[in-house]
Design a protein around this ligand. Structure first.
Ligand SMILES: [Zn+2]
Length: 334
């Protein structure tokens, strides 16, 4: 269902939720970790969702398996590099990879600043090797609280020029946006763009807070916006993009089934809807699967999906020139 005349981008993809099972096994062996005793099939079962989980926090536990094998900064470099290889193999022209340095550093107590540097170097090196344009989004893992998030932010700011935007992810219910106002003022002062996970585990108020208190110009998931007409009108009017990830929303239990996903409603109400993967390795999906899901289960037409595909370019954290460059390849071909 992907339109071959439109650039293909993924704006909501967690680098630390996209550590492929063979890489997990390889790094477990290299670092002599207990996971090394498992077969590849067992690693797949441990690190990937089987149908669905009970809630977001159960889903996030799956990501723990992948990051548990990151014992050195070189491992982080490798995972970042392989994310670009995977983007290339998935046919992406441009990808925005987001990551939480604190979360990646946690299992083996790596230095936060060094992790950020390794990720930036891995992505840069991968981009050169595979010819896929990429940008990085730093994540504050709200689950670890305000103080840790400030340390995480400071580590990200050490590589300020290699990062485009800041995100807030993790336990949305337990750690609401108002707790992180100060962090996002600092991020905006640094010149970063803002996207925030909101309306995934919590209601529309969480999305309002992300926009009004944290300065988000894009919302990760935003499923709960469907409950609030005023909010949908506001998002449409101000072109605040929605980063939809339907399979992930099904797997976390955010939507009961795919046919009840509100993406179609968002589209009909003129919101800037984009389609993304979230955690491809954990969900065991490719971006092409999400376009298939949108066509077969969410009821989009090919023409509508083509608009959604180009919305991805429109909402990307890129300059006008960079967006034109992405389109150039396609307009020349036709
Ligand atoms: Zn996400």
């Amino acid at each position: 269902m992907i339109d071959s005349n439109v650039p293909l981008v993924d704006l909501h993809r967690h680098l630390d939720g996209n550590i492929l099972p063979p890489t997990i096994l390889k790094l477990a062996h290299k670092n002599n970790l207990p996971l090394a005793k498992h077969t590849l099939h067992e690693i797949e079962k441990l690190s990937q969702i089987q149908d669905k989980t009970s809630d977001l926090l159960k889903f996030l536990e799956k990501l723990d398996v992948g990051v548990s094998v990151l014992a050195t900064e070189q491992d982080c470099f490798e995972v970042a590099y392989e994310n670009i290889r995977d983007a290339k193999e998935s046919g992406l022209d441009y990808v925005e990879l987001r990551f939480s340095p604190y979360y990646m550093a946690l299992a083996h107590q790596l230095d936060l600043g060094a992790v950020v540097e390794a990720i930036a170097a891995g992505v840069e090196s991968g981009s050169q090797a595979f010819g896929v344009k990429a940008n990085l989004i730093g994540i504050l893992s709200r689950t670890f609280g305000q103080k840790t998030c400030m340390q995480e932010l400071d580590a990200l700011l050490l590589s300020k020029d290699k990062i485009q935007a800041l995100d807030l992810a993790g336990d949305e219910l337990g750690y609401p946006a108002p707790q992180f106002k100060e962090h996002f003022i600092k991020a905006r002062d640094a010149g970063w763009q803002i996207t925030v996970h909101a309306g995934e585990a919590d209601g529309p108020k969480s999305i309002w807070n992300a926009i009004e208190l944290l300065g988000a110009t894009r919302i990760g998931h935003g499923v709960a916006a469907a409950q609030d007409d005023k909010l949908m009108d506001y998002m449409a009017k101000h072109a605040i993009a929605i980063e939809s990830c339907p399979t992930s929303n099904y797997q976390t239990g955010t939507v009961a089934d795919l046919s009840s996903h509100p993406m179609k409603t968002f589209f009909e109400r003129n919101l800037l809807v984009t389609l993304n993967t979230d955690d491809p390795a954990v969900s065991n999906i490719k971006l092409s699967d999400e376009y298939d899901v949108a066509y077969h289960q969410l009821g989009f037409t090919r023409e509508q999906l083509s608009i959604i595909q180009s919305n991805g370019v429109l909402a990307a954290f890129l300059t006008k020139q960079e967006k034109d460059d992405l389109w150039a390849k396609y307009t020349q071909d036709t």
